[in-house]
Design a protein around this ligand. Structure first.
Ligand code: UDP
Length: 333
């Protein structure tokens, strides 16, 4: 099957000569999803054109387009002739009525810009978008891209945007209650928020900035647990935040690291497989934190569970079913 994969084109930080690639140089949830799905689809024998991420590495079966605008994308798609277009850009690179069968994965909160042939990441996200019938396909992880480690170091990890809705401050409070250091990794686009955390938890939190490559996989493998204490407020879309898919949970699990999450959005659906989902807006006491840590699943269980639920071959097979449905003229909302 010939698939055109549309990735949202974003510049790499302040650098106006480079794009965030697939997979990304550092932070990049959607870019990791696209890279991992491509891994699974290439293994299944598909031919892929990647659009919206110039500079990404090519591989046998994978071509990378330079297109980053809707017009250039249309031209690239015409030259490629896809059986199906898979949009991850919320319509940025694909009009409402494209010339090819299309599938649109919604990566954000709320109602997508174009609702036709949507795929959602969780029941919570689909509900918030007002859809009842569209397929739900979880975010994929490729275990070969991660390091698995049974023996853990004595720190907790936060890996994501250092933002209110991602619960970075809540992670600091949990770590302090547990009496463990917290490594806080990720871009801090709200410097006052980061400053407040570092001021209030100076003995608990070490901010290590945005991480990529083996630094990132090493942290995921070494941490005692990953903290994903996402909160339903402080988000970029009018404040309310329903965690849509949370790639980082599966990334930690294949590394043998459990997730201590909240039950916000998708997390209540996925975290219990590989950790725990706590109520939002609650900081445990020291005794409660110790009990939570003691009750987490073992590394070998975590890796197996992640591969079973979110492995790239499993998720690629689910997408292939949806692609076939679209390619045969199927429509849904
Ligand atoms: N990430 C990274 N380096 C960082 C912070 C995050 O590579 O310093 C990655 C992380 O591993 C994950 C993605 O960025 O793949 C964030 O995706 P997630 O779905 O967890 O959050 P969101 O896309 O909502 O910000």
């Amino acid at each position: 099957m010939k698939i055109a994969m549309l990735n949202p084109p974003h510049r790499y930080g302040q650098d106006t000569t480079q794009w965030i690639t697939v997979p990304p140089q550092g932070y990049g949830g959607i870019q990791w999803v696209v890279a991992t799905l491509i891994d699974g689809l290439l293994a299944a024998g598909c031919e892929i054109l990647l659009v919206g991420a110039p500079g990404s590495s090519v591989r046998p079966g994978l071509t990378v387009s330079d297109a980053t605008t809707i017009d250039a994308t249309r031209a690239a798609l015409s030259a490629f002739g896809p059986d199906v277009v898979h949009d991850h850009t919320n319509g940025q690179l694909l009009p409402a009525e494209p010339d090819w069968p299309a599938v649109r994965t919604h990566h954000l909160n709320g109602v997508p810009k174009h609702r036709g042939n949507g795929v959602y990441l969780s029941h919570a996200q689909r509900r918030a978008a007002g859809s009842t019938d569209a397929p739900i396909i979880r975010l994929p992880v490729n275990p070969d891209r991660y390091t698995y480690r049974e023996k853990k170091d004595g720190f907790l990890l936060f890996l994501g945007r250092v933002s209110v809705h991602k619960g970075a401050r809540d992670a600091a409070a949990f770590a302090q209650a547990a009496g463990l250091p917290l490594k806080l990794a990720g871009p801090a686009w709200e410097p006052d928020y980061l400053h407040g955390i570092l001021t209030d938890y100076p003995d608990t939190v070490e901010y290590i900035g945005e991480v990529g490559g083996s630094h990132r996989t090493g942290l995921l493998a070494a941490a005692r647990a990953l903290l994903v204490l996402s909160q339903p407020f402080g988000g970029p879309f009018g404040g309310e935040w329903i965690e849509p898919g949370a790639t980082v949970v599966a990334e930690a699990a294949v590394s043998g690291t459990p997730a201590i999450a909240t039950d916000n959005g998708c997390l209540g659906e996925i975290a219990p497989h590989v950790g725990i989902a706590l109520p939002v807006e609650q900081t445990p006491t020291g005794e409660e934190a110790a009990k939570i840590l003691a009750g987490l699943p073992a590394p070998e269980h975590l890796r197996a569970a992640a591969i079973e639920h979110w492995g790239h071959h499993v998720i690629a097979a689910k997408y292939l079913e949806v692609y076939r449905r679209a390619a045969e003229g199927g429509t849904w909302t």
